[in-house]
Design a protein around this ligand. Structure first.
Ligand code: HPA
Length: 282
């Protein structure tokens, strides 16, 4: 007898077995790269490269700045699975569709997930190029990927979210930044809005009053699924622009991508040191 949620479960299972048939030794650490951060993949010694379009039930990327491939390889000697390119709510997908790759990682046995994104700064103390380690989030999508039938094997109906981002991982990331002398690393709260239109000055003021330090159009659905599936999550926002409601400047995609390029070496250093520490039991 089929149960509610079965067809989605089948899709996830199919995608996971497709990947495990290609690579039987999946790393326990994974990184999802956000807008403008694809540069990091140039430095990966690739063992396997699986384009998203070949993976059953993966959505199709409609955004040019997101390349769309699952890579397995070594980043400065550190073995990891990399999701290069993500799917967004603003592309028209449901949050369940967006997060299918994260469920697949859960089934493949990934334990630690580093989620990166480009974000607009709301905290006036931030500068472009700041790396914000996400401490907490606000979900303004109006949708939750766990809505609907719950697959009990994957996680509980009402997952606890008192610590969405593990304090131990936040500390490990801060220690990694310190050790590598990476400047402009802070912690803060990330607000996820649907997009694709960027914020107005009034929305910017309101988001800041809500307690957000940065704003973007991604990541929160993936974090919800990863935590539901008992993965440990580190969230990193690269602050590409800082939005002042009283002196609002246009926000341009070219600038967001350029800032991602400029920060990619610092971000890579942080990620590599962080994974090395995890592998040593940190
Ligand atoms: N707003 C929303 N998303 C973003 C921004 C922003 O200012 N910058 C980069 N991604």
């Amino acid at each position: 007898m089929s149960r509610p949620g079965d067809s989605y479960r089948n899709q996830v299972t199919k995608a996971a077995s497709f990947i495990s048939d290609i690579c039987s030794n999946i790393p326990i650490n994974a990184v999802q790269l956000g807008t403008g951060l694809g540069e990091l993949t140039n430095r990966v010694e690739i063992e396997y490269e699986i384009p998203y379009e070949g993976i059953p039930w993966f959505p199709k990327s409609t955004v040019e700045s997101h390349r769309g491939a699952l890579l397995i390889g070594r980043l400065e000697g550190c073995r990891a699975l990399i999701l290069s390119g993500r799917f967004h709510y603003y592309e028209g997908y449901s949050t369940r569709e967006i997060t299918l790759p994260i469920r697949v990682l859960q089934l493949l046995g990934v334990k630690n997930l580093i989620i990166t994104n480009a974000a607009g700064g709301l905290n006036p103390l931030f500068l472009p190029g700041t790396i914000m380690i996400i401490r907490d989030h606000l979900n303004f999508l109006g949708e939750n990927p766990l809505r609907g039938p719950n697959v009990e094997d994957w996680g509980p109906r009402f997952p606890d979210f008192s610590e969405p981002y593990g304090p131990d991982l936040i500390k490990t990331a801060l220690d990694s930044a310190d050790h590598c002398r990476i400047d402009r690393v802070v912690t803060g709260t990330y607000a996820c809005i649907p997009g694709p239109s960027l914020e107005t000055p009034a929305e910017t003021r309101w988001l800041r009053q809500c307690g957000a330090d940065a704003v973007g159009m991604s990541s929160v659905p993936e974090v919800i699924i990863a935590r539901h599936g008992s993965m440990r999550v580190l969230g990193l926002s690269l602050i590409s622009n800082v939005n002042d409601p009283d002196n609002f400047q246009p926000i341009l995609l070219e600038d967001i991508i350029a800032e991602g390029r400029r920060a990619s070496a610092r971000l890579q250093k942080l990620i590599v040191e962080f994974i090395n520490r995890l592998d040593r039991g940190g």
